[in-house]
Design a protein around this ligand. Sequence first.
Ligand code: DGP
Ligand code: NA
Ligand code: NA
Length: 210
Amino acid sequence: ENDRENCSRGALIVVEGLDRSGKTSQSCKLLSYLDGQGYSVESWRFPDRSTCVGEMISSYLTNKSQLDDRTIHLLFSANRWEKRSLMESKLKKGITLIVDRYSYSGVAFSSAKGLDIEWCKAPEIGLLAPDLVLYLDIPSEKAAERGGYGGERYEQLEFQKEVAKRYQILQDTSWKIIDACLPIEDVEKQMKELVVDSIVTCQKGKPLSQ
Ligand code: DGP
Ligand code: NA
Ligand code: NA
């Protein structure tokens, strides 16, 4: 029975949503809850601004540099690829990862600029598939009201509306839509339940896929 524990893998949980949808604070709460329950868990985020590629992305987002739409798209994707093997080894060690943004952001934000959606998806093929995607659903106007945007490149109402449309197209069976306008505690409770279910399914032997 102890072997079963050693063999079981962690779950790859992705949190998606518009800017100011509450992803980051909810991911934080989720991490401390799971940690407190004794689960082996880590919190990740993309873009990971700490790498060389991540620094280029950060400089683009803060308008310190200009890059062609396709170039920045591929950099965001490269930023996920450079973490792929570490991600796989953590999951295989039984560590559950709570990831703030992933390929869905990649495709939604770039295709919202007018890039072909299939072209946007191509470099994401072969990255690990999430076991669960928690989509924090919020009207763009509501998100914009929440303490305002931080002033980064994409934090504009009209653009976020386009991103929301693209997210809708990208929904698949791994998604659970959460009403992010509900009280914070209700959002938190729904997320906890869904994540624990997903962890259990992975422990029972659900294979990791691409
Ligand atoms: P965040 O650090 O979560 O606030 O993300 C920074 C911004 O970058 C946010 O507006 C969403 C956007 N973003 C995240 N991932 C991608 C991606 O892969 N491609 C593009 N084009 N934008 C992304
Ligand atoms: Na942001
Ligand atoms: Na965020």
